[in-house]
Write a protein of this length. Structure first.
Lengths: 94, 238
């Protein structure tokens, strides 16, 4: 996976490639027993979301959270991302 | 509800739910471009503008006949998911929305205000397209672009600890009472020789679906106005 930042649009943009490929692999995978695991990519996006909230990881430096962050993500991975956010917020008693 | 009562309501609403909000960042999804965006909650300048819009709508709704008042509600920081076409599965949390109950008792969003401070104008326009081309009930979108010149940058971040100590800043809760020097009515604002806020300016414009193509199109010129109350707003189809 290759990541690169772009600031040409004014908001910090992190584009992670191969999202569709990852989704395809996810779809082609062996049927899981029990809860469907969220894709690796959606988990990466969720981690980025948490980092943005807590000011950790890539958002540790002062001012790094002053701009919105945009990420390319397939619909399937977006649904997984939402599930992860919901599960996390419920666990936090939000 | 008028006068003091409405002020209290506004204070309670914004004081607890919006201005002091420490929830997780907002996230939005534009399925037409497969773009997930997360952004911080409103800063003070955005929040002030949103509260002005909210108060304006609050007063306007209060002047309507009761039967219509009951059908209208103002929503702030509410997630909308009802998008169609290439925007299906999109989600968006606008700064302000005006919802109207239809005769079928279903709530439809009619007006949306998008207030951008850090986002670009192009991103605001994309949001207008999402609302007007992806949601058939929205008939009017207000885009507000706020700008700060120079853009805020923590002015003391490069100071050493001793340099910072020499400045003898008061406790943070006393700083608001200190004399900030304003170069103009909208900034920049300086304190202890540092520029803390740049000059704030902005503009707004209204967008609506083109009557023929149904595509999002700007229906007003770009407006820079102070005070906002001198502006005659386009009518909102109900």
């Amino acid at each position: 996976m290759f990541a690169f930042p772009s600031t040409s649009t004014g908001i910090s943009t992190v584009i992670l490639l191969d999202t569709e490929d990852m989704t395809s692999l996810h779809n082609m995978g062996v049927l899981a027993i029990g809860p469907t695991p969220q894709s690796v990519y959606s988990q990466e996006c969720f981690q980025k979301y948490k980092d943005f909230h807590y000011g950790t990881g890539a958002f540790k430096s002062p001012g790094s959270r002053d701009r919105a962050v945009a990420i390319k993500i397939s619909k399937r991975d977006f649904f997984d991302f939402k599930d992860l956010v919901d599960e996390y917020c419920e666990g936090k008693g939000k | 509800m008028k006068g003091r009562e409405s002020e209290i309501l506004l204070l309670v609403f914004f004081g607890t739910d919006l201005l002091n909000c420490v929830r997780f960042p907002r996230y939005s999804y534009d399925s037409s471009s497969s773009t997930l965006t997360f952004q911080a909650w409103l800063g003070p300048i955005q929040a002030t503008l949103v509260s002005t819009l909210y108060y304006g709508f609050f007063l306007a709704i209060g002047s309507l006949p009761p039967s219509i008042q009951d059908r209208v509600s103002i929503a702030t920081i509410t997630k909308y998911e009802e998008f169609q076409g290439i925007y299906t599965w999109s989600e968006r949390v606008p700064e302000l929305g005006l919802n109207v109950y239809s005769d079928m008792r279903s709530e439809e969003v009619k007006f949306v205000a998008e207030v951008a401070f850090l986002e670009t104008y192009e991103e605001l326009v994309q949001n207008a397209k999402l609302w007007l081309e992806g949601n058939k009930t929205v008939s009017l979108v207000m885009l507000v672009k706020l700008e700060e010149d120079p853009c805020y940058r923590r002015p003391i971040q490069d100071l050493t600890e001793s340099e910072f100590g020499e400045l003898e800043f008061p406790p943070w809760d006393e700083i608001r009472n200190q004399p900030f020097a304003l170069s103009g009515p909208y900034g920049p604002a300086e304190y202890k020789g540092f520029k803390w806020v740049g000059k704030v300016s902005g503009f707004f414009e209204f967008w609506a679906p083109d009557p023929v193509t149904r595509l999002a199109s700007r229906i007003t010129t770009r407006m820079v106005s102070n005070p906002l109350r001198n502006v005659s707003y386009p009518s909102l189809p109900m």
